[in-house]
Design a protein around this ligand. Structure first.
Ligand SMILES: Nc1nc2c(c(=O)[nH]1)N[C@H]1C(S)=C(S)[C@@H](COP(=O)(O)O)O[C@H]1N2
Ligand SMILES: [Mo]
Length: 203
């Protein structure tokens, strides 16, 4: 039996619904660390988030602004294109849709480019960036997000592969067209639905 089959069998034995694990994935219980480049270390008061592009009121949100906004908590399954999935990850943050509502989107905005520290980017259709579970996250497991996991603030968009959830988030840019982000320029799928195994170009 392959590693993947054994992992799936163990998951079922533990009582998890196997439908939660997308094809080609295996379940992990630790929280892997995965990124390109160094980990920026900066205090929350040095962080801010720009809302730019096709918005009526371009904004710069500070840490204090962010944590004063209404927040949600969610427990979600996360799937990385390198094939690990972790179930029941508990995040807290502010819905992207709430922030966009205050920024006032131009009617021709259709896509979002999320920009992170050191030029990492990820593209998302507007509808996917504004689901009830797409959040600007500042806590994981009831604690501040660790720097290696994207703290102080990362995007979390759980229904797409995790590369679409940039760590060290610094800007959300509204656009009237789609454009590839960092991994999308390097062979990853433009959309990235784990349940359709949209890992690479042409999947
Ligand atoms: N800024 C930034 N965000 C990033 C990445 C990165 O390289 N840089 N890697 C992505 C990928 S491929 C994954 S799987 C997750 C990993 O998050 P973790 O290290 O918290 O598990 O971060 C995503 N966000
Ligand atoms: Mo990933």
């Amino acid at each position: 039996m392959s590693f993947f089959d054994r992992n799936r069998r163990e998951m079922i034995a533990k009582g998890y619904d196997p439908a939660r694990l997308p094809p080609g994935q295996y379940r992990v219980e630790d929280f892997p660390v995965l990124h390109v480049g160094p980990v920026p270390e900066y205090a929350p008061d040095q962080w801010d988030l720009a809302i730019t592009g096709l918005v009526k009121n371009p904004m710069r949100i500070t840490w204090d602004d962010l944590i004063a906004l209404p927040s949600i908590e969610m427990t979600v399954d996360i799937h990385c294109v390198t094939k690990w999935s972790q179930f029941d990850m508990k995040w807290k943050g502010v819905k992207v849709s709430d922030v966009f509502a205050s920024a006032g989107l131009e009617s021709n905005a259709t896509h979002v480019m999320a920009h992170a520290e050191y030029g990492y980017t990820a593209n998302l259709p507007l509808a996917d960036a504004t689901t009830d579970q797409a959040i600007i996250a500042y806590a994981y497991d009831d604690a501040p997000i660790e720097p290696i996991h994207g703290g102080p603030v990362r995007l979390v968009v759980p229904h797409l592969y995790f590369w679409k959830s940039p760590k060290w988030l610094r800007a959300l840019e509204l656009m009237d067209h789609d454009a590839p982000g960092f991994w999308e320029r390097n062979g990853y799928h433009m959309y990235g639905d784990p349940f359709k195994e949209q890992r690479h170009w042409g999947d």
